[in-house]
Ligand binder design. Structure first.
Ligand code: ZN
Ligand code: ZN
Length: 356
């Protein structure tokens, strides 16, 4: 149970004129209670907190959380509504960006006359944006696991392998080094397909004199890591080497811009300016990065318009890229911790263009 986080949620309830908050998003339930099951709902109010889950998780929930656990059959939202009715509360806040419509409807149906469900902003996500020492330690372990999996895979890559074979080896190695699972579907793309930022690994054998792009993340102890590296299979040619050098320059410039007090938009601008100077501004089709933690994509977004001010304890990715249809693409991505002094790139892997 995360007592400080529950207390911070409690303190904000009056601001939104609600008696109780219902937290239904699984990562938020985990953050507040420690419960990792797929079906949970936390009810937080001034005097306490209860975790609702179903009979499949009765043993697990009692082991994982210090919260009061209530085992219910059927809709957890409806069970929470009954608890709300019993306590004669009138105003129940829910996570507007997270609750399923079916749960919202079940909640509304079960609330007593005169009680209402009120949409709340992402209060738990606002707490999760600053990582605790324990969370930072878990992210470090996740990053290390991910990096070890890449290092163990590189010597095994040979020309008869397909992108899908490489992805399978990477995910096997992630588990070997302690990951529970990949943080997302591993991206392995070669040749012109590297121009697809989210390519799905294909079955065709790797070809020589191309680029190979690997974007991989580990989930360890529930915490994510995220890294992209691009390799040369033989000699990819001057044009792609030029794109690689420009993206690396942009990645280093954006990482250098990371420090407390600057906005996420300013970090994005640092990457974009470099790529624009190389004539690749329009080839950079996504934002510079994103926060990560219990989820692979969390606030802040390191994008053109994000006004979030960076603070120590945020963990973000820095991942500019440039993609040219028919030619190929390059993205270089590190996981970076914002520190009091500036930044600490957590990803240890080399960013030189290595030939496999
Ligand atoms: Zn990535
Ligand atoms: Zn990423």
């Amino acid at each position: 149970m995360n007592a400080p986080a529950l207390e911070q949620i409690r303190q904000r309830l009056p601001e939104f004129k609600v008696d109780v908050m219902l937290v239904s998003a699984a990562p938020n339930v985990r953050y507040l209670t420690g419960f990792t099951g797929s079906n949970g709902l936390v009810m937080v109010w001034e005097g306490g907190a209860v975790l609702f889950t179903d009979p499949r998780y009765a043993i697990q929930a009692s082991q994982q959380t210090g919260c009061t656990v209530r085992i219910v059959r059927g809709s957890l939202a409806a069970a929470a509504a009954k608890a709300i009715a019993a306590r004669r509360w009138r105003r129940a806040g829910f996570e507007a960006a997270r609750m399923l419509y079916s749960d919202f409807a079940a909640l509304g149906d079960a609330l007593p006359l005169g009680a209402s469900a009120r949409p709340l902003p992402p209060l738990v996500e606002q707490l999760r944006i600053i990582k605790s020492e324990a969370e930072i330690a878990a992210i470090r372990r996740s990053v290390l696991t991910n990096s070890q999996a890449l290092d163990a895979t590189l010597p095994k890559i040979h020309p008869r392998m397909s992108e899908a074979d490489v992805a399978a080896e990477l995910e096997y190695q992630q588990r070997q080094f302690g990951a529970e699972k990949p943080a997302f579907e591993t991206i392995v793309a070669s040749g012109a397909r590297t121009a697809l930022p989210h390519a799905e690994p294909g079955a065709q054998p790797l070809k020589p004199n191309q680029l190979l792009l690997i974007d991989m993340g580990a989930c360890r102890e529930g915490y994510m890591s995220d890294m992209t590296r691009v390799f040369a299979l033989g000699e990819p040619g001057r044009k792609l080497r030029g794109i690689y050098a420009a993206v690396l320059e942009a990645q280093l410039a954006a990482a250098d811009a990371v420090k407390p007090g600057v906005t996420a938009a300013r970090v994005d601008r640092a990457a974009r300016r470099v790529l624009e100077a190389h004539g690749l501004g329009r080839a950079f089709v996504h934002s510079t990065g994103h926060g990560l933690g219990l989820e692979i994509h969390e606030p802040p977004r390191i994008g053109r318009k994000d006004s979030t001010t960076l603070r120590p304890g945020m963990v973000i990715t820095i991942e500019p890229g440039a993609y040219i249809e028919g030619v190929g693409g390059v993205r270089i991505e590190d996981t970076v911790l914002v520190t009091e002094a500036g930044r600490e790139p957590l990803t240890p892997n080399s960013k030189e263009l290595i030939s496999l």
